[in-house]
Design a protein around this ligand. Structure first.
Ligand code: XMP
Length: 205
């Protein structure tokens, strides 16, 4: 079955924060744990159906925000493949992405391999644009990307990037949880939440 379009999420009706997760600064739950896990299963199934069998495959997770998503995704993605990590961080300030800084190198070589880049969130598109351009220079057989979240932007995406697999489309709000941080906090939340203050700087990627 083909993957359904991204699940549209609004912030008009936030879910209540589950017991034990009332962290200071957290306003509410945008995407609850059950829905997240259900969608991760759908993404894994869609990827499994698309990836050519018996060909070298690398699942490349972008650090650090995609670590929890990747861990859940690969546990549902059977098969024989490599998992590697690439660290990227933005020099940007506020919620704007700036130039990228490479913070952790890959271990594997990509030449003639199929590559699936996993990221937490597609915002302006700059990160995935730059990462995939850099990876192309290694001459992989193919590069595709899977993102858990895509932000709806008030204006057209300044740096167009189309991910093959997208979990949810969310409002243009800063989100935390499920690997996404604000000042290194909130990554441990098993859901996607929003903060009670819109006046914040970005996470640390
Ligand atoms: P771009 O604009 O390059 O941004 O598509 C993608 C990267 O920026 C980070 N990002 C966020 N991190 N909450 C976060 O914790 C957010 O709402 C958010 N929006 C963007 C993230 O690292 C992503 O890979």
């Amino acid at each position: 079955m083909p993957l359904s379009p991204p699940i549209e999420v609004t912030d008009s009706c936030l879910e209540t924060i589950p017991d034990g997760w009332h962290l200071p600064g957290l306003k509410g739950v945008l995407i609850g744990e059950n829905l997240l896990q259900e969608r991760v299963s759908q993404l894994a199934e869609a990827i499994r159906q698309t990836v050519p069998p018996r060909q070298p495959l690398v699942v490349l997770a972008l650090l650090s925000g995609a670590y929890m998503f990747t861990a859940d995704l690969v546990r549902r993605l059977q098969g024989d493949y490599e998992i590697d990590f690439l660290g990227v961080s933005s020099y940007g300030s506020g919620t704007q992405s700036g130039d990228l800084r490479w913070t952790h190198p890959m271990q594997t070589e990509l030449r003639d391999k199929h590559v699936i880049v996993i990221d937490d969130i597609l915002d302006t598109g700059q990160t995935l644009n730059k990462v995939t351009s850099k990876l192309q220079t290694e001459r992989p057989a193919s590069i595709r990307s899977c993102v858990l979240l895509e932000k709806r932007l008030p204006t057209q995406r300044p740096c167009p990037f189309d991910a093959e697999w997208i979990g949810f489309r969310i409002p243009p709000l800063f989100v935390v949880g499920y690997g996404l941080d604000f000042g290194l906090r909130f990554r441990q939340l098993p859901f996607i939440g929003i903060l009670d203050c819109e006046d914040h700087e970005r996470g640390t990627d």
